[in-house]
Design a protein around this ligand. Structure first.
Ligand code: F6P
Length: 317
């Protein structure tokens, strides 16, 4: 292994992972090329060479210094062939892909269809990579949302209102469930759990009759629109509601210490595996142990335990 490339998506902690990859590669005598704007950079041959100094002062920065894209071209055979041509022209021995489902699907294509060695580092706020406890970016996203929720609670309590807050999670309710527990919310609506909305309306009406005046209900974007839930609550209970959609603020910001540590460890581990000649896998840290899983497994729909935390949210309300 003499030369590798990196392709990134964005979320908090990705820069810390880029730094770890570049400096670990230097430690093993490997040169690193950073492709700009994700897979589009691979297709266009748009890259910069990265050394120890070019990743100074980025461990605490959100986003990705390499920029990113949701590349439509890489979904085409023409785009993929062009990317492979550039990888070969630069004589790269492998590619490290830092990102979520879409990015890791791209890594799998490079490996399985074109025989390019790749290693995936899971980084996505949705935490929907299967078989991996925590992806880079999740901890920051949950903390950012909880901080916002604490502020929303001030108004909810002062004005005696019901707030419906929509958090990110395209197909996965992980962020929503954790945020609801950490911010002391009354209800959480996620794709993984069927909720009886009539039971929720009755709980609100009964609570209100007993003097309860404010609620915060979390909705995962993959489940429903917060505005639709708010309208239905007002229609069924006659109580005033307000909506907040947290959106992309959850994906940016200064990474937490947890995300920086995870990114540093996984970045090093990915390079170490490449150096040992291993590839075509996703790295992870499960129960404190470094391990790897094949793309095929990582890209299956994620199943995570919902019941325990959901029950706790209801008991603690
Ligand atoms: O996959 C991460 C994520 O932030 C999801 O939570 C969200 O649904 C999606 O990306 C938004 O994508 P975009 O930034 O392309 O609008």
């Amino acid at each position: 292994m003499k030369k590798i490339g990196i392709v990134t998506r964005d979320c908090a902690g990705v820069n810390a992972a880029v730094r770890a990859v570049v400096r670990s590669a230097d430690h093993f005598g490997i040169k690193v090329f950073g492709f700009l704007k994700g897979y589009d950079g691979l297709i266009d041959g748009n890259y910069i060479q990265l050394d120890r100094r070019s990743v100074s002062g980025i461990i605490n920065r959100g986003g990705t210094i390499l920029k990113t894209s949701r590349s439509k071209d890489f979904k085409t055979v023409r785009g993929q062939e062009q990317a492979v041509k550039n990888i070969k022209k630069l004589q790269l021995d492998g590619i490290i892909v830092i990102g979520g489902n879409g990015s890791l699907t791209g890594a799998r294509v490079l490996t399985e269809k074109y025989d390019i060695p790749t290693i995936g580092i899971p980084a996505t706020i949705d935490n929907d990579i299967n078989g991996i406890e925590m992806s880079i970016g999740v901890d920051t996203a949950v903390n950012v949302a909880v901080e916002a929720l604490d502020k929303i609670r001030d108004t909810a309590m002062s004005l005696e209102r019901i707030f419906i807050v929509e958090v990110m999670g395209r197909d996965c309710g992980y962020i929503a469930l954790r945020v609801a527990l950490a911010a002391g919310c009354e209800e959480v609506l996620i794709p993984e759990k069927e909720i009886d909305l009539n039971r929720m309306y009755s709980e609100i009406v009964e609570g209100n009759e007993k003097g309860k005046v404010s609620w915060i209900i979390i909705v995962a974007e993959g489940k429903a629109k917060a505005s639709d839930i708010a309208d239905s609550i007002t229609a069924e209970t006659g109580l005033e509601t307000r909506v907040a959609v947290l959106g992309h603020i959850q994906r940016g910001g200064v990474p937490t210490a947890f995300d920086r540590i995870l990114a540093s460890r996984l970045g090093y581990y990915a390079v170490e595996l490449f150096h040992k000649g291993e590839s075509n896998i996703c790295v992870c840290l499960n129960s404190g142990e470094y391990s790897t899983i094949p793309y095929e497994l990582a890209l299956r729909p994620r199943d995570f335990e919902v019941g325990g935390d959901y029950k706790l949210i209801k008991i603690l309300t």
